[in-house]
Design a protein. Structure first.
Length: 414
């Protein structure tokens, strides 16, 4: 019965996406990106020897890719004889990584159906398959299990309330049992799986820690940001949404002396940028409109209206707020943490183990309104308080780095 309901739900979901594609750009990209997937895959695979070794990694979206990326790149380095196929479910991942240089073929995962899964598998003929974090498409997995192709989960993160662990979740729990091995982020994940009869589990950590640390250790040089900061301290609002922006701009006297504010909004449309500017009462500028470093020190707020810089710009900060926590979920907390920045975020962060762990260890802090922000911001004026939070972050990163190496060494690639 559950299998029938799943099949019906997936069918309805695919129909809904096709209908939405008429008026929603993301849904349209989802549909258009999957057109002719069969012919494209067959064409690419036909250029390779039948016996070539293929590693297929699948990610839901961009965030999951950042977790899988260190593993994939280490495989490329150590096992260059493998062809690497990278698939995405969401346009937000595929559109940004369609030309990713360390994969031989980047594509959308075809919609989950028995026929699609079987055709995909027969043509691709993978040697080993790696799914990242929480992608569990039943028909694709069952086809892999039936073909005895080893399937691994990396960066797994589980919570008691998930479908697998419900009284009616045996069908989905069976999917977990079909994996050859699951690499999870922490002991709590492992204990939960063990309690439900899944023993092939290893605590490997979050490979994204390796990724953000590698970025933080690069030579970083943004002269315009450095000139803007000058001798002041810098507070960075990363991937912000209106609710968080309102909090950061409630008391703008904070940014008049000693501290400056760099805002990197999630939405960089002209309308949203203008709405931010309308709230500002202190001198501000947009990054894209800067020409040189002259007089930048006189501005108190810098709006980062570009894509791709934020993970490195944290290098210039002392404190950070991460957006999304007043909406569906927070954005990347590990990027600022990798640069040693204590992190503030909104209440909706329960699905992110790194945020929960950083919070429990004293490196991240939840705010629900301006009063919470004010309290923490004032606390961090004390150098000892700031140093304590930075030490907690350093301990977390040290304990979690190296996940990619642990995973690749355990995969049967040799």
């Amino acid at each position: 019965m559950v299998a029938l309901i799943y099949r019906l739900a997936i069918s309805l979901y695919h129909t809904a996406i096709h209908l939405a594609s008429w008026f929603r750009p993301k849904a349209k990209a989802w549909v258009e990106g999957r057109k002719d997937w069969l012919q494209k895959l067959r064409s690419w695979r036909s250029t390779l020897p039948a016996e070539v070794k293929v590693l297929w990694m699948h990610c839901a979206s961009l965030g999951e890719f950042e977790q899988g990326r260190p593993v994939l790149e280490l495989v490329r380095e150590k096992y260059p004889d493998f062809q690497i196929v990278l698939s995405f479910y969401s346009p937000s991942g595929y559109e940004q990584q369609s030309d990713y240089p360390h994969a031989d073929y980047v594509t959308y995962l075809p919609a989950d159906s028995p026929s699609n899964a079987q055709q995909w598998l027969e043509i691709l003929s993978p040697t080993i398959v790696v799914f990242v974090k929480y992608e569990f498409w039943a028909y694709h997995l069952k086809a892999l299990f039936a073909a005895n192709i080893p399937v691994f989960l990396i960066a797994g993160s589980f919570r008691p309330g998930q479908l697998f662990f419900k009284w009616y979740g045996s069908y989905f729990l069976g999917l977990l049992q079909g994996f050859q091995h699951l690499f999870v982020q922490n002991q709590t994940d492992k204990d939960l799986l063990l309690d439900h009869g899944i023993s092939g589990v290893t605590v490997a950590g979050d490979p994204r820690v390796d990724r953000v640390l590698s970025i933080a250790q690069q030579d970083i040089d943004f002269p315009l940001v450095a000139a803007f900061k000058g001798q002041d301290r810098l507070f960075i609002g990363g991937s912000t949404w209106p609710a968080g922006e309102q909090i950061l701009l409630t008391q703008q006297t904070y940014w008049e002396k000693e501290w400056k504010l760099l805002l990197a909004p999630h939405d960089i449309s002209e309308a949203h940028l203008k709405s931010i500017e309308a709230q500002l009462k202190v001198p501000f500028c947009r990054y894209s409109q800067l020409k040189n470093t002259d007089n930048l020190v006189s501005f108190r707020v810098l709006i980062l209206d570009t894509i791709g810089m934020l993970s490195r710009v944290y290098h210039y900060g002392e404190l950070a707020y991460i957006g999304g926590g007043f909406g569906k979920s927070i954005h990347n907390t590990l990027e600022p943490a990798a640069h040693g920045l204590p992190v503030l975020f909104g209440p909706n962060h329960q699905k992110f183990q790194e945020a929960l762990t950083l919070k429990s260890q004293g490196g991240a802090f939840e705010i629900t309104d301006f009063k919470d922000f004010e309290r923490y911001f004032n606390d961090f004026q004390n150098g000892k308080t700031l140093a304590k939070a930075q030490e907690a972050i350093g301990d977390y990163l040290a304990a979690n780095q190296g996940a990619a190496v642990r995973i690749v060494e355990a995969l049967p690639l040799g």
